[in-house]
Design a protein around this ligand. Structure first.
Ligand code: HEC
Length: 149
């Protein structure tokens, strides 16, 4: 018995025994709302650059951040986060998850095109990709987000 103890301690110190990580649904909703808000600021900076004919290469980091975020969106809509923290997400997010995933993928693709144009320092392609990205935001909001009250 005495000799088995260290092995037992090892077992319980293994992360698998700590159980799954649980984050309250309100925190998940707050996190995604904050990320959307931040992405809105990033998108605003991109828009200002397009409008002013500014340095698109300097927007590569912003575009890369949108690509990263677009790829994570659906992970922040797990079942059980359809209510709370004044969420504006419509029930359709969960009843039509494939459609929601497609909308996020369209956004990721548009943001990737935006990133490529920024890296290539191609103003024309950047402006076109900016428009596409904006459409991807709008399309998802129209289908999956409640109107502001
Ligand atoms: C795949 C769908 C989808 C895409 C694409 C998308 N959004 Fe959203 N957005 C949502 C949903 C759903 C909410 C509501 C989240 C909630 O309240 O839980 C939201 C909320 C927001 C909010 C409000 C956040 C707050 O303060 O509560 C802003 C700002 C926003 N989005 C900006 C954008 C911008 C800018 C883009 C494109 C660059 C974009 N979104 C792309 C689905 C999307």
């Amino acid at each position: 018995m005495r000799r088995k103890l260290p092995a037992l301690i090892f077992l319980f110190a293994t992360p698998a025994f700590a159980g799954p990580v649980t984050v309250p649904s309100d925190t998940i909703i707050a996190a995604r709302q904050t990320a959307f808000l931040l992405s809105g600021s990033v998108f605003g900076a991109i828009k200002a650059t397009v409008t002013s004919g500014g340095d698109v290469k300097g927007q590569a980091d912003n575009a890369a951040a949108l690509v990263e975020w677009a790829g994570l969106i659906t992970t922040l809509f797990p079942p059980g986060t359809d209510k709370g923290h004044d969420t504006k997400a419509l029930p359709k997010v969960w009843t039509d998850m494939p459609g929601f995933q497609k909308a996020a993928q369209n956004y990721a693709d548009a943001a990737k095109t935006l990133l490529d144009a920024a890296k290539a320092d191609d103003k024309k392609a950047f402006a076109a990709a900016f428009k596409q990205t904006g459409k991807a935001c709008g399309a998802c909001h129209k289908a999956y987000r409640a109107k502001e009250d």
